[in-house]
Ligand binder design. Structure first.
Ligand code: GDD
Ligand code: MG
Length: 363
């Protein structure tokens, strides 16, 4: 089987992290975001994976070569010279996606869930249409593509991208399976699968939807990245995953804590619930962390307080400092002792020596 991941640009909405790494390589749950998708595709029997990018992918090529062997897949970069939107990249990768008659998967790179690829493929074959979209329910459908159904059927009547008026709350989760025939509807130019291709398939009565079980999140911006992390950790806890740190550890508070084994955590720190700590991180005595992500090599000094925030690689949070309210520290940021950061987005290599009282970008 085959799959294409719409990787797109650098991910400006996840700045300042994406000033250092392209979005797919930013660690989610201590592993590059894209690896969760590659692993699940491989597990469903996908052998050929196309990564559709519109920047020079050198950094990613090196990282992903390693995973080709590990997961037994071929990874091809399909590089756009101008952004081709969400449909154009399928046409660009036609040679691979059409190399046999079997359907192929398409994925937005910024979504996380328990990917249901095997069930999706089975459902798709059974209804006989040309495409199937995975659907999930959300509270705020206006940010997404909304699916309107034919009564009593999986067939989609209308697909409305970013509706201004309420049409429903079952939305496109950004996961599809499509027959090669769908590529014939797409021209090689910047074009949107949501606005141009899906409406055509609806007209032909050839587009169906498949309901996703469990959690789902578009983690393309910091607030949602943190919410998605909570959902992911909760799902690991439900599965009794060995990845989570044992709640018997003296520093774990309230569970849902994922700590890389190379991190050095003081037994007098308090961590949790919903915290991810990366490789070689140090957390000092009396530090308090909740609902946060700490990326590799960061140093959280004694008695620091970190809540609802992302601490970038190699950054330092000083003694008695307080970082909260969806603050994001880029790579190699230093927050001095006793400093307060409230919703700050701090660009790489900055030193914060004065309080950041209200949410702002620190350049
Ligand atoms: N290769 C390539 N080229 N990829 C692109 C391009 C492009 O020009 N433009 C966007 N992408 C990728 C993005 O990186 C992302 O992985 C995916 O296509 C979707 O783009 P977003 O910009 O994240 O769209 P969205 O989140 O506003 O809406 C989409 O996702 C929602 C689910 O999160 C739509 O598919 C909605 O219908 C859907 O509900
Ligand atoms: Mg998105």
């Amino acid at each position: 089987m085959k799959g294409l991941i719409l990787v797109g640009g650098y991910g400006t909405r996840l700045r300042p992290l994406t000033l250092t790494l392209p979005k797919p390589l930013v660690e989610f749950g201590n592993r590059p975001m894209i690896l969760h998708q590659v692993e699940s595709l491989a597990a469903a029997g996908v052998k050929d994976i196309v990564l559709a990018v519109n920047y020079r992918p050198e950094v990613m090529v090196a990282t992903l070569k390693k995973y080709e062997e590990e997961y037994g897949v071929n990874i091809t970069f399909s590089v756009e010279t101008e952004p081709l939107g969400t449909a154009g990249p399928l046409k660009l990768a036609e040679d691979i996606l059409k190399k046999d008659d079997s359907p192929f998967f398409v994925l937005n790179s910024d979504i996380i869930c328990d990917y249901p690829f095997a069930e999706l493929a089975e459902f798709h074959k059974a209804h006989g249409g040309e495409g199937t979209i995975v659907a999930t329910k959300v509270d705020e459908p206006s940010k997404y593509g909304v699916i309107v159904h034919k009564p009593e059927s999986s067939q989609i009547d209308r697909f409305v991208e970013k509706p201004v008026e309420f049409v429903g709350n079952r939305i496109n989760a950004g996961i599809y399976i499509l027959n090669p025939s769908v590529i014939d509807l797409i021209e090689l130019r910047p074009t949107s699968i949501e606005k141009e291709t899906f409406p055509k398939l609806c007209e032909r009565g050839s587009l169906h939807s498949f309901d996703l079980e469990g959690y789902w999140m578009d983690v393309g911006q910091p607030k949602d990245f943190l919410s998605g992390t909570c959902l992911y950790l909760t799902s690991l806890a439900k599965k009794n995953s060995k990845l989570l740190t044992a709640t018997s550890e003296p520093f774990v508070q309230g569970g849902n804590v994922l700590i890389d084994p190379t991190a050095k955590i003081s037994p007098e720190a308090k961590i949790g619930p919903n915290v991810v700590i990366g490789p070689n991180v140090t957390v000092g005595a009396g530090a308090r962390l909740s609902r946060s992500v700490v990326l590799s090599n960061a140093n959280i000094k004694p008695h620091a307080y970190v809540k609802n925030s992302i601490i970038g690689w190699n950054s330092t949070v000083g003694r008695w400092a307080r970082v909260e309210n969806v603050s994001v520290l880029g790579d190699d940021v230093e927050v001095k002792d006793e400093i307060y950061v409230n919703g700050g987005r701090v660009l790489p290599h900055k030193t914060i020596a004065g309080n950041v009282e209200k949410p702002e970008i620190i350049m």
